[in-house]
Design a protein around this ligand. Sequence first.
Ligand code: NAI
Length: 728
Amino acid sequence: MSDNIIRYERDDEGIVTLTMDDPNAGANTMNAAYKAAMGETVDRLESERDDITGVVLTSGKKTFFAGGNLADLQKATAETAGDVFAEVEGIKAQLRRLEQLGKPVVAAINGAALGGGLEIALACHHRIAVDDNKIKLGLPEVTLGLLPGGGGVTRLVRMLGITEALMGWLLQGQQRTPADALAKGVIDELVPTREELVPAAKAWIRAHQEDATAATKPWDVKGYKLPGGTPTTPAFAANLPAFPANLRKQLKGSPIKSPRSIMSAAVEGAQVDFDTASRIESRYFAELTAGRESTAMIQAFFFDLQSINSGALRPAGIERSKVSKVGILGAGMMGAGIAYSCATSGIDVVLKDVSIEGAEKGKAYSAKLLDAKVAKGRLSQEDRDATLARITPTADAADLAGVDAVVEAVFEDHDLKEKVFAEVEAVVGPDTLLCSNTSTLPITGLQGFATRPADFIGLHFFSPVDKMQLVEIIRGEHTSDAATARAIDLVQQIRKIPVVVGDGRGFYTSRVFGTLIIEGAQLVAEGVDPQTIERAATSAGFPAPPLAMLDEVSLTLTQHIRSEAAKAAAAEGREIASTPGEEVIDTLVELGRKGRASGAGLYDYPAGAPKVLWPELRQRWSKDTQIPLRDLQDRYLFRMALETAACFEEGVLTDTQAANIGGIFGIGFPPHTGGPATFMTNYEGGLAGFVARANELADTYGERFRPSAWLTERAATGTLVDVQESAA
Ligand code: NAI
């Protein structure tokens, strides 16, 4: 047996227990060794069939089976698509033989079964799982730009029907608990403990010895009908045209390919026999695997997130720290949100504002969010009360004594921040981590007045804090490695994603985000129809379009940021000229249209109705200027990517993971691109191809698209950083 990856044990009753347990890895994956072992296993089962009463398939790992080998899948190209197709067909042929062994096969699911893991279980005749809410079951391939190519689409469609398979599992890659999966008909039985799993599987086999249907899938029985009907069933056919339209709506115009391929594989596969459907699925799988989208999404959503979450980028050699009590200064919108995130993670919070009323108002925000959870049945009243009791509102700085960390979120004013930190430092212990949630003020300037600059760091949260998973950690010039490590630990303790960046105006995310909204305003100035400006962004995959975002952040804030930058430049003897887009913003502000908060901006906000683009915008600026859609989309993507490149050049960014994850999770860079860094290196022709296209845009639309000498030089290496921190 190849490396003993699948242990084969037959008991006195003739029940074979197969234990998948790759000795060379922490989890089982569909690697070459698995394929060889499964091939040998199925051969043996077939040759010993007459002495076998049933088969139990389980795992020797903590998880059941982890799925496909992503490092291999990521490397696939158009040239190797044929090999991918052959490979996946081979893996599926083995599972199909297991399914048609003629003996009942039971999956005994002891831990997570995601992707390929669940697909193996779906090939079995009966699925028993441990009733543990920590176990996740699902087919998340879509989130990696792939589709379940191990039989997942074909079998789920036949088990649940097209609609339920697509909506409940495939299109969004939902991860479900065993109890939820049981309710959805994907798991057949639950047992309370892991110890009861294999005995329960054997008991089912025993109980079904005389039942011929136990070892046969419904679709292998003559007369099988797909639940809910096929595209040739009139009732179903009548609904079918709405499927792609709904998908498009759900995707908000994003060009992402994987959900479309999944829908095609499901609908086309429903019209043919099982084996043909399975082959159709393999074709779509090979096509997606070979494309750039899966390369990019596997990088971002698997490898980049994994290295961030596992602490691979955390300064080495520093012991993990834990915060028991945090002080939050300022109970406004951000402070209140940060208090909620800390309290729900079990941290005691001292929430300070200038008045006790202000502090209490901040605490009330948590009460509102917690009450909503109770109302939805997602939280018990006791847990709600316990969480809320962790927040102590105060107007007295003395109450901050004993906190492990301070997070400042008072008004964005340098002098005020200086004042509150002086107040705090007089009260807190010498080990307290000092964090500022400033969104624009350089950290090095702020830490200059702290008595312990090494312990001072930027902790930039995003609004609304309870929903946004990212926190941008900013190291000032004097911030120590130990403080950086502690800040990372704190962010992870509150279950958010930390990305570490260097100091500078706008740090990383705000700076890059600014280029998107200013480019939107620039297009208004050039006379492009405002609706076209917005649509070009959503069709490029941005979750929200630039003019709407400009209204959200407020036009006056962008003016403020610009004037601060102008002051800083003037101090260095440079002058920054206004751009046509900035002049559009100035005109709107003069007209009293300052953005959403002020009730009017680029959009109108009629009471009780959806916002609409301000009609006069078109009258004042539109000249029916026609710019090809691809150029419009590239202007957004390239402005942001080029600004990201500038961050690397200036040392604000030192790793591609922070660039990608910060870009996607913080500022909505289109997820299917894998984030701004991967967008550049994964561009057609690699980084050199990106630079060539940027030069083209610069020739047509202006010098802001011109790649710097540094970036042009990097193009020859194909990477943005010297150590290529990519696939593991
Ligand atoms: P906010 O205006 O809602 O809240 C500020 C709070 O600080 C007010 O409740 C105010 O009473 C309080 N405050 C003023 N002086 C104080 C003092 N001496 N001691 C204690 N509290 C005091 O402002 P917001 O939006 O919460 O912003 C706070 C900080 O977070 C700013 O630095 C801002 O730039 C930053 N930020 C804001 C984001 C946003 O989307 N609003 C995003 C990321 C960072």
